[in-house]
Design a binder for this molecule. Structure first.
Ligand code: CP
Ligand code: NVA
Length: 305
């Protein structure tokens, strides 16, 4: 059975730190023109049921930089679970490729792909989680702060797939994770409970964004309506208005607080232009690091020997 990457929970703390070391090494070598083609001749299939800019481009560029090739399969092409079962798609693509990355609606579908694939499957976002994003996020924090010691992250917004991956990260790495979500938009209680039971981190659920960000090292936010929730966007705008990350909220955190957003951002909704383009924002470093951390994940899973 190949090793897959569907969730941060599949990694030990040592493996996460090892991945960050490899990420830093790959990034430095790429920037100094000394990159090695660690996946020379390998091919990655990229299955998308949802739109993407960062995930699609960073995985494809990452494969090229590693000496391999990526095949983009658009939402209209494979018809995963409709034109053909996920199990059969997994069996067929395993005969052509050395790995698959999938961005899907249902998390059960990516689990089905992984169960039937004889090559590694990487999660490029489901309705449930987004593990590559949060690994890239924590690597970015590490770059800016130099260490994760005493880290307090305040997440402000919807208790969605991003939050689930943050909770899974907090189950593996010590941190204080404060979540400020409106009533009715909390993360899955089982994911919260798992993070609490892991005993590594302090997990705090709040309704008040101002309390959440007080003294925080990082403020993190995401869209109020995720992909697939477009019909709810209007109603959600009303509920989430008090959860906007704006200049007055940022002023309540540490003076050197970093503001993060997985992007794409809806400027003027969950984050203001002033914050996104301001001195605390590290959103574009964060976006860049998707490339470097995913190269490390692909090397970990797909490199021979
Ligand atoms: N953050 C992120 O995954 O971006 P895309 O949806 O553009 O891939
Ligand atoms: N929560 C967002 C994340 C996008 C990267 C979504 O699922 O649309």
């Amino acid at each position: 059975m190949p090793r897959h990457f569907l969730s941060i929970l599949e990694l030990t703390p040592d493996e996460i730190h090892g991945l960050f070391k490899l990420t830093a090494d790959l990034k430095a070598k790429q920037k100094s023109g000394k990159a090695e083609q660690l996946l020379k001749g390998k091919t990655l299939a990229m299955i998308f049921q949802k739109p993407s800019a960062r995930t699609r481009v960073s995985f494809e560029v990452g494969m090229v930089q590693l000496g391999g090739h990526a095949v983009y399969l658009a939402p209209t092409e494979i018809g995963l679970g409709k034109r053909e079962s996920a199990a059969d798609v997994a069996r067929v693509l395993s005969r052509y490729t050395d790995g698959m990355m999938a961005r899907l609606f249902g998390h059960d579908l990516i689990e089905e792909l992984a169960r039937h694939a004889s090559v590694p499957v990487i999660n490029g976002l489901t309705d449930f989680n987004h593990p590559c994003q949060v690994l890239g996020d924590i690597f970015t924090i590490l770059e800016h702060r130099g260490s994760l010691d005493g880290l307090t992250v305040a997440y402000v917004g919807d208790g969605n797939n991003m939050v689930h991956s943050w909770l899974n990260a907090a189950a593996r790495l010590p941190m204080t994770l404060r979540l400020a979500c409106p009533g009715g938009y909390d993360p899955d209680p089982a994911v919260v409970e798992n993070a609490v039971q892991a005993g590594k981190s302090e997990i705090v659920l709040l309704r008040d964004p101002q309390k959440a960000v007080r003294g925080a090292d990082v403020i993190y936010t995401d869209v109020w309506a995720s992909m697939g929730q477009e019909a709810e966007a209007g109603a959600r705008k009303e509920v989430f208005r008090p959860f906007q990350v704006n200049e007055s909220l940022v002023r309540l955190a540490k003076p050197d607080v970093k503001v993060m957003h997985c992007l794409p951002a809806h400027r003027g909704d969950e984050i203001t232009d002033g914050v996104m383009d301001g001195p605390h924002s590290i959103v574009f470093d964060e976006a860049e690091n998707r490339l470097h951390v995913q190269k490390a994940i692909m090397v970990m899973l797909m490199k021979d020997g």
